[in-house]
Design a protein around this ligand. Structure first.
Ligand code: FMN
Length: 410
């Protein structure tokens, strides 16, 4: 082999070394490598929110990805509150066999399946949700599809906390390897944290201590139910990027609180339906760094030792390797890359590819292109293709995605 080729090969191997290292979480569970599939809502359950053949096909494919963890798309805790029409819903054990199958097909090659647990709060489309609830009656500022929610009562809040823990209990019983609280992107937990959506005057609103009570009580209820050795994570916003909203400083304080409680993994993201920062719409990265919330994670790293995962914008092995080498974080989260290439983790880990580009999906209609929602719709259609046994189609028309996406709101 010529010497220059040899050196190139060696440089490549050096860059894959860190992403291949195992990592032990505070609860004692070991994760085989550092490339994780972030939650991607499949919207492919049955009309009752049960496991389905298309979900089975998709996760059989992702099960071969060698990702350290596959976080499921958001699973709802209450059939009366759905973010999308065909979300998986786990509120009792009626589909325990389906959930077991989901875990089995995903984990047969050594990757772990963790359930992302969610309640949409006010981000519940009015076409298929009747009684829409939230911390306060504050309507989402998007052009269509949502209505003013009803403020939750104290009793309902306590029942919802139980529901989060119960869904986590069922996930564990069905053989899932971990759980994640969806505390980001403007859903219910994130609505409680943000002063713009939580205007309550009782013990759940006002000070940050009060606004964080909901998520802390969910974490404690889960920990009590699951035990000390079962992994619990949260996906949290670095900020919601809106005036008067949840700020970076507040997010760091909540991270401190959860770290002190012993949470196993914190995934950092950002944004809401009103401002889709998680999709790169409000880009929070320096030009030199491709990851969106990299400056924020550096600040978090300095104040806590909790394991950290950063999702949003990572594309190249170089950037992933650098972030790990400089000890800025512990795990790389990838979202859209897994929609475009289900085996992306394996290919990055083996050095078969050194980047996984995600070009922005555009219609040319500024209104849609700026919102980030089109990007989600397009990638969501790729998941459907995989669920139907097809490969992703990278030439898929953005207009087709827009048509399907808008239809799913009806
Ligand atoms: C189709 C699609 C569905 C998504 N569903 C979820 C979800 O259910 N829960 C979640 O936390 N994030 C969800 N996200 C956001 C991703 O997890 C991730 O944060 C985002 O895509 C940015 O990462 P990336 O730049 O690697 O794609 C979704 C993104 C896409 C494209």
């Amino acid at each position: 082999m010529p010497k220059s080729l040899d050196l190139k090969q060696k440089a490549k191997m050096d860059k894959t070394k860190l992403i291949n290292q195992a990592f032990t979480l505070p609860c004692g569970v070991s994760i085989p490598n550092r490339i994780l599939k972030s939650a991607l809502s499949e919207n492919m359950g049955t009309s009752k929110g049960n496991f389905s053949p298309i979900l089975e096909k998709l996760y059989t494919t992702w099960g071969q990805s060698h990702a350290g963890i596959l976080f499921s798309g958001n699973v709802m805790i209450d059939k009366k509150a759905r973010g999308e029409k065909y979300n998986a819903i786990v509120e009792d054990e009626s589909d325990l066999e389906g959930l077991k199958k989901w875990a089995e097909v995903s984990q047969q090659h050594g990757t772990q399946l963790w359930m992302q647990i969610n309640h949409p709060g006010r981000q519940a489309p009015k076409s298929f949700n009747k009684d829409i609830v939230a911390p306060s009656a504050v309507k989402l500022k998007v052009p269509m599809g949502f209505k003013t929610p009803r403020a939750l009562t104290e009793e309902e809040i306590l029942m919802l906390i139980e529901r989060y823990a119960n869904t986590a209990r069922i996930a564990k019983k069905a053989g899932w390897a971990g759980v994640q609280i969806h505390g980001a992107h403007g859903y219910l937990v994130s609505q409680f944290l943000s002063p713009s959506t939580n205007q309550r005057k009782d013990r759940w609103g006002g000070s940050l201590e009060n606004r964080a009570r909901f998520v802390l009580m969910i974490y404690r209820a889960m920990r009590n139910t699951l035990g000390a050795d079962f992994p619990i994570s949260i996906k949290i916003n670095s900020a919601d990027f809106q005036r008067g909203g949840f700020s970076e400083e507040e997010s760091m304080e909540v991270i401190d609180l959860l770290s002190a409680e012993g949470i196993d993994l914190i995934e950092v993201s950002g944004g809401t339906y009103e401002k889709a920062a998680m999709m790169g719409i409000t880009k929070q990265s320096t030009l030199a760094r491709e990851a969106y919330f990299s400056e924020f994670i550096l600040k978090v790293r300095k104040r806590t030792s909790v394991p950290l995962m950063l999702t949003g914008g990572f594309r190249s092995i170089g950037a992933m390797h650098q972030a790990l080498e400089q000890n800025e974080l512990d795990f790389i989260g990838l979202g859209r890359a897994f929609c475009r290439n289900p085996l992306v983790a394996h290919q990055l880990l083996t050095g078969a590819i050194d980047a996984s580009p995600v070009p922005q999906i555009k219609t040319g209609i500024g209104f849609f292109d700026k919102m980030g929602v089109l990007d989600t719709m397009w990638h969501s259609l790729q998941l459907k293709r995989m669920g139907n046994g097809l490969s992703p189609n990278l030439k898929l028309s953005p207009y087709k995605a827009l048509f399907h996406g808008l239809k799913s709101f009806l």
